[in-house]
Design a protein around this ligand. Sequence first.
Ligand code: SAH
Length: 215
Amino acid sequence: MSQDFALARERMVKNQLIPRGIRDERVLEAMGKIHRHLFIEEALAGEAYNDHPVPIGEKQTISQPYIVALMTEALELKGDENTLEIGTGSGYQTAILAELSSRVHTIERITSLMVNARKLLDRLGYTNILFKAFDGTLGWKEYAPFDAIMVTAGAPSLPGPLMDQLADNGRMIVPVGDRYSQELIKVTRKGDSMEQDNLGGCRFVNLIGVHGWSD
Ligand code: SAH
C-alpha cells in the first residue's frame, strides 16, 4: 500500500505538476515527499493523489495538487521566510509551507479541523508551526510582518489586515471573486504600493470572516 502511494506521488509530480509548468525544484521535492494521503480520511485516501480536490469534512476540501503547487511556487519561498497561512484545513498546505519556509503561522476558523491538523503535523515531527483557531481575515498581528501569506479560501476582496501585515517585498496569494469562482491574485508589496498579478481562475470554499463572506 505505501508503495502504491509512493508511486502515486511520483506520478502526481510527473503528470500533473511538471507538464503544467511548475518549475520550482523545492516545491516539486516537497510535494514528492509529503504523504498527502495522511491528510485525508482513510476511506478517501485512494483519491489523495488524483487531479482534483477531496472532501476533508465540515464541508471543506483539500485543494487539487496542481493548485497547491501553483500557489506555493508563486510565494517564491527560499527557506528563511516568516509565513502566514489562512485556512489550515487538513494541514497539507501547512506541511508544504513548513518544509519551504522557516516559521509558519496558520489560522483555521473551524476548531476541529485545526485540532486534527495540529495532531497530525506534530506526529510528523514539524516544530516550526504555530496554530490558532480564529478568523484569519484579521491576520496575526503579533507575528507580523510576514514575507509570505497564503489564503486557501475564496475572498470577496483583498482582506485589508492581511495587506497591512505583508512585509516589504512580501508576497500574498489569495483567491478573489464571488462565492462560486475566483481568480488567484498575487499581491507583492513594494514599499507603500501593492503590485497585483492574476494567476488565473480557481474555485475555493468561502473565506468566512470580518473581511470575508458572512457565514
Ligand atoms: N489548505 C487547506 C485547504 C482548506 S479549505 C488544505 O490543504 O487542506 C479552506 C479552509 O479555510 C477551510 O478549512 C475553512 O474552514 C477555512 N476558513 C474559511 N474562512 C476562514 C477564516 N476567516 N479564517 C481561517 N480559516 C478559514
